[in-house]
Design a protein around this ligand. Sequence first.
Ligand code: GDP
Length: 488
Amino acid sequence: EANYTWPADKQQEKLLGGLLSEGLDEKSCVSRYQFARYRKGPVRRPSPHLISRLRSYEALHKRCGPYTESFNRSLEYFKSGRYNSSAGPADCKYIVWLTRAGLGNRMITLASSFLYALLTNRILLVDPEAHFSDLFCEPFPETSWLVPSDFPIIDEFGSFNRKSRRTFGNLLKKNAFGSSKAALVPSYVYLHLVSDYTDDDKRFFCDQDHTVLQKVPWLLVRSDLYFAPSLFLMPSFQQELADLFPEKETVFHFLGRYLFHPANAVWRAIVRYYNDYLANADETIAIQVRVLDTGDAPFKQVMKQILGCVIKENILPRVNETLKGLPMNITSGISKTKAVLMTSLTPDYFEAVRDMYQEHPTVTGEVVKVYQPSHEEYQHSKNQMHNMKAWAEIYLLSLSDKLVTTAKSTFGYVAQSLGDLKPWILYKPEDYKPNSDPVCQRGVSMEPCFQAPPNNDCKSKRMIDIGKMVPYIRHCEDMNWNWGLKLF
Ligand code: GDP
């Protein structure tokens, strides 16, 4: 049963039932204090345990964050390459998130890394290469989440990959941790949780192998996957996770709302667009189109799929093609309006949908207006303006009443989870066969999908059906062959 509440007063609205801390400056991050205004529905309430863990995380981050005494001490361990754990674990431990891929990927991996940090009392620091300050406000009060620019191996961050000597998998293979009682351990380990990870890298998700990492003061992680669901399959984390998230499908929702607040420039763009085009509609519909390979997904076919989905699912009305012009009752001012926000790298889908509703009246008499904020043509994730537009669009998608997404796209995952929306998922156009039915499916939850989870049993090492291990995790609707893991 969902735990909802309406923002009863301004203070509560501001802090989302205690999810957000009070110790931040309002002017430097207006979106933290305004975003509840742009949500029509009720707000979910975080569990008291999550609230208390976030507050203690913030205190820890402040004590161990960049340039503190503890941080400087920890840096010495890092530089020496080894850590002597005979006197116990280091007083501050870290997980450094390294950047990879597009914005959606970055956000789902960062949220997963933060969850891991909460579970293991580590401090999350982010790779400055991602240029987050243009996109997001700093989430933790009175400190910073950015790796300082003079960090020892900062120039080498980009080169960590599955072949690196310091991957967890390679270190395990070389028996670098010695026996379980050995005091001397590597002072930093690189976790390679990218889709091409090896079976040894995947041992990160096995309790018996994972234990040695408790002694290691520094972890670096690079990922392109929403790996949070696999943490729910590790017995050592299960109780804590159950306390943090009584409603399993809210994991990204809460972590995302906690971490990802648009920086002021992006927020201004979001608010302007929302007020100009979406605020006055009776209902807002968002359609996220992501076509990776246009060769396999010709325009006509994708178009047929989009329209097939929105009409069949009663998301948008049909038009009367024999008539031209606007609906009859528009002049009387009683027609309902639907605003459609489309996002895509190209303008063609938007133009076709817009023209259809401009040229013909709808059979219901509703007025449908169609908008697309940008068409960037190509992904260029190193360009900051491009990333700012992407973030603004993800956010605008999340503000819709109904959301249609494209299968397997992390861009859509973030929008649906932030927005507390169970999306209608368009099967990947590349996978879609003409005349196949259905063309879209409603998601079972708002959670992102972990697209390439480990699927070996930790003890027997044999392949098992990981979608059947616990009642709140299943395979993803948007993956072929019953693949992937999703909380619901
Ligand atoms: P995924 O590849 O669909 O999983 O999503 P990612 O966000 O990780 O990577 C895709 C990147 O391409 C985005 O971050 C944007 O940079 C760009 N992109 C893809 N679709 C859109 C879109 O509809 N609008 C904008 N502005 N950028 C997009």
